[in-house]
Design a protein around this ligand. Sequence first.
Ligand code: SAH
Length: 361
Amino acid sequence: MKTSEDWLNINSFDAQTLEAMLKLRGEEANALHTAARECTQQFLGQHVFLRGLIELNNACRKDCLYCGIRKSNDDIKRYIISDEEVLAATEFALENGLGSLVIQGGELNSEAWTSRITSLLEKINHLTGASLGITLSLGEQNAETYQSWLDAGAHRYLLRFETSDPKLYASIHPDNDLHRYDERFAKIELLRNIGFQTGTGVMIGLPGQSYKSLVNDLITMQTIDIDMCGMGPYIEHHNTPLAKIDDQWLSIKERFDVSLNMVAALRLMMKDINIAATTAMETIDEDGRIKAFRAGANVVMPNITPSAYLDSYLLYDNKAGADNHRDKALSIILQDIALAGCEAGLGLPGHPLHFFRKQND
Ligand code: SAH
């Protein structure tokens, strides 16, 4: 069995080693996670950075076969949060030392929508004196839109490539020009070139996925040189086509175990990026976040969406914290950070070190 020391001494990870890492369980997996935590500590310190998550809208023009807010789901109340409500949530973030915001939502691309986001960013920066880091996760947009959002004060963008396997990508999306594998990657490249701190991620345990495919996901993240990653287990949403096919690759519990190993493996591969402990991990395991911190995650996103909308942004079933008001969401997370032996990065924007290292090179 490899010890955590052994893992820390490996400098480059080939596909075979990565596959073995993803398959570890029990004590062997613990040693891997301990190494990843140690590596995080060495390169980034003990802070976990906090991002106040605002789920801005659940209206979406896309129809991803796994997602609960897909366009064809007619069993949800669609909403868009007002600027005033976003600014109230921003004040909560400021008052509580959340160093940054994540504004996430369904993908819309009308001119009215994209310019509204630009003006919202200006309002947020006016309110905060541009003191908060701002991450956007609003899907695929054109270069002008991304540029205007960056110019209006956003720093980071999250766009998961979902899977690096083109066939698997095609099998979990409708076959039309809104949902193309190549386009997804082109947008990630565009975000990088425009100057965003760029984050991506994948779902783990999709029907038809495999360990080899996940290994390739990790190698792809390294190849495209991401700054941030948010990844987690795929979880069924009852009213989606993907949940209806009877073809599980991994049980729910295994998806969690493999997700932890993915976090730990990515940490050892890319030592100075930001990696999130995701809500999907917390949804499967009640100590999911704590375990993710202990396996090398250094970012967490307390949900500060106004309570009235929390039960309308359900990407999958049984989402953790879907009935928690923001005060409660934050206090649970602060407790989890302490239980994991880390320290909350209160008041810190928590920019990914990797982004600035790259620029200096
Ligand atoms: N519209 C934005 C945000 C999408 S929601 C965008 O396109 O980037 C953020 C992420 O939630 C998705 O990228 C996907 O990886 C994840 N997600 C969606 N449905 C899920 C499910 N059923 N299980 C787990 N994760 C899911």
